[in-house]
Design a protein around this ligand. Structure first.
Ligand code: FMN
Length: 166
């Protein structure tokens, strides 16, 4: 399977748990993402607790799939460690690696945005009692897919330009 082309957002999951060794692989992949000046300003909060899932669902309306998922990873960035304003790029690269690693291990996943939505970010940061310098970036919800729809057709050759913009 070509994971780069097969990745898609999956929002329905079976009851199966994410295996510990697969979780470690996914987190290793996250930590293999590039960061500006190699600051590695990201950290990952693994959340399995169902009560916490409910609390997240209450403040992140676009993350309701968490209510039936075995696991979610909150990607956060440390503003004190990040180089200049690169925290979101660093955390985005880590988030994408999580999605791809999950796909490689046969899991479905979805990136739920937090960082650019101030109200959402504040609510999540408050929920986890994050220190001022730790910024919530994204929530990746992961589980065995209960959904076999193919990925969307992403190939749009008109988006490619050569040498000059025209
Ligand atoms: C920055 C970002 C934020 C997103 N936030 C959400 C979200 O809050 N809830 C959700 O269900 N999907 C979210 N998505 C997933 C997109 O809806 C999805 O990637 C897009 O529709 C393309 O579908 P695909 O991932 O299956 O290719 C987000 C994706 C990105 C990149």
């Amino acid at each position: 399977m070509d994971i780069l082309l097969e990745r898609k957002s999956v929002r329905n999951y079976t009851d199966e748990d994410v295996k510990l060794e697969d979780l470690e692989y996914i987190l290793r992949a996250a930590m293999s993402a590039p960061t500006a000046r190699n600051t590695k300003c990201y950290s990952f909060l693994v959340i399995k607790d169902k009560e916490t899932h409910k609390k997240i669902g209450a403040v992140h309306k676009a993350a309701q799939m968490i209510l039936q998922a075995p696991l979610a990873i909150l990607v956060v960035g440390d503003q004190n460690k990040a180089y200049e304003k690169y925290l979101p790029q660093d955390c985005a690269a880590a988030t994408q690696n999580i999605l791809l690693a999950a796909t490689a291990k046969g899991y479905g996943s979805v990136w739920c945005g937090i960082y650019s939505n101030e109200e959402r970010a504040e609510a999540i940061e408050k929920l986890f009692n994050l220190p001022e310098n730790i910024k919530a970036f994204s929530l990746v919800v992961i589980g065995r897919p209960n959904d076999n729809r193919p990925p969307k057709n992403a190939w749009e050759p008109e988006k490619i330009k050569y040498e000059v913009w025209k």
